[in-house]
Write a protein that binds this ligand. Structure first.
Ligand code: ITT
Length: 200
């Protein structure tokens, strides 16, 4: 069985990609970056999701000698020209303060009417081999932004993003419902033929 490392300490991401690889019948052992605690996290110095995903995947592949997958994602708001984008996790200043990030964004959009509240989650998933071979796949989840947070599930901006064709926010979907339509689900599923080509 071939080993593939996923550049995240988020166990949910490992579970999600592992299920997708298994469903595709790929004989791959997926492990999270937690299996390599001695390897430091790489700085996300890129200016696009794809650049950051590639930086993380290459760093982990070089350091471990195994193929590595990394993803980078965020919320892109049309009326803000794509922001918060790569700054989604630290929009209010502190990395990972989901509530502060969401509250700031809602305040910034306070006067913006429903018809101008289009936004999407974007995800770039990169696969890198130790020899420097690389591929990137991108996925999106299009929707509109609510004026108030709704729903207790998910994380980040889920309580304000209502996918197109839905009456619920992402925070009101079950994890399976969200994975089926999410930016990350699409990007991870797009990696299946790439993993098959490069590792199969
Ligand atoms: P890693 O440890 O894997 O780096 P992370 O928590 O930094 O994960 P991401 O890079 O995947 O998260 O996402 C960056 C930010 O974008 C995240 O903090 C959220 O604010 C937002 N975001 C991304 N995907 C989201 C989703 O599915 N639902 C809600 N918010 C999301």
């Amino acid at each position: 069985m071939k080993r593939l490392i996923l550049a995240t300490r988020n166990a949910n991401k490992v579970t999600e990609l592992r299920a997708i690889l298994e469903e595709a019948g790929l004989d791959v052992e997926l492990v999270g970056a937690d299996a390599y605690p001695e390897i430091p996290d790489v700085k996300e110095t890129g200016v696009t999701f794809a650049e950051n995903a590639l930086l993380k995947a290459h760093a982990l592949a070089r350091a471990t000698g195994f193929p590595a997958v990394a993803d980078d994602s965020g919320l892109c708001v049309d009326v803000l020209n794509g922001a918060p984008g790569i700054f989604s996790a630290r929009w209010a200043g502190t990395h990972g303060d989901d509530k502060a990030n969401l509250d700031l964004l809602l305040a910034q959009l306070g006067d913006i009417a429903d018809e101008h509240r289009a936004a999407h989650f974007a995800c770039a998933a990169a696969l890198a081999l130790p020899d420097g071979t690389e591929r990137v796949v991108e996925g999106r989840l299009e929707g509109t932004l609510r004026h108030e947070p709704t729903g207790a599930g998910g994380f980040g901006y889920d309580p304000i993003l209502q996918p197109l064709g839905e009456t619920r926010t992402c925070a009101e979907l079950t994890p399976a419902e969200k994975n089926a339509i999410s930016h990350r689900g699409k990007a991870f599923r797009g990696l299946v033929p790439v993993v098959r080509e490069l590792l199969g």
